[in-house]
Design a protein around this ligand. Structure first.
Ligand code: SF4
Length: 197
């Protein structure tokens, strides 16, 4: 059985053999291969495996940093800041730099989950079921709470029982449609966006 001293000695010898400084002190140029460790010599560019590059916008906040998305066989393998963007000039904050995990994590919830009143468990439901249920509830709430005019006769045509909170990933066109439908169509006046908060 090898002693701890032997194991430490082997590790120190391996470290000194792999460490570039002793080689450089022995005369090799610090700008040559001597500057590389065994590990760094085996490193390959992360983007080498990509066969496609697309563009996107970071979904996390209102800054809207531009991204380059590298993919292989249709699957994203790396995401970084787009240097052409005047907003972020190729940079991403730690959240934006973690976008690949957001897209590819096996923990990502990709189903509609529903928890019935007083239930302890979440149930998977079809998307069309959720959309139908939301539509029914919005219609019912609006019908029950719609106010055409105030007691003093002022016309308002609104409901104060429904609110909307949008996210930074909504684009101009989507926000326009939200405003048109919720405000002009349904009379909802409480419309806010995370990008402004
Ligand atoms: S990279 Fe950071 S700052 Fe830029 S949009 Fe994403 S979360 Fe916001």
């Amino acid at each position: 059985m090898r002693t701890i001293r032997t194991r430490l000695g082997e590790r120190a010898a391996g470290f000194l053999k792999d460490w570039s400084l002793p080689r450089q002190l022995a005369g090799e140029s610090p700008y040559s291969e001597a500057a590389k460790s065994t590990m760094s010599q085996e490193l390959r560019p992360r983007l080498e495996q990509a066969d496609t590059i697309g563009t996107s916008i970071c979904p996390f906040c209102a800054v809207g940093c531009a991204q380059l998305v590298y993919a292989r066989n249709g699957k994203p393998v790396h995401i970084e800041g787009d240097p052409r963007s005047p907003t972020n000039q190729g940079t991403l904050c730690p959240k934006g730099a973690a976008t690949l995990g957001l897209m590819t994590s096996p923990l990502r919830v990709a189903d509609v989950l529903y928890r019935a009143p007083y239930a302890k468990q979440w149930e998977k439901r079809p998307l069309h079921w959720a959309m139908q249920r939301i539509a029914e509830r919005v219609k019912r709430t609006r019908d029950q709470t719609f106010v055409e005019s105030l007691p003093d006769g002022t016309t308002v045509n609104h409901t104060l029982a429904i609110q909307s909170l949008g996210g930074a990933t909504l684009d101009n066109e989507e926000n326009y449609l939200i405003k048109k439908l919720f405000n002009g169509g349904l009379g909802i006046v409480s419309i806010e966006n995370q990008a402004r908060i």
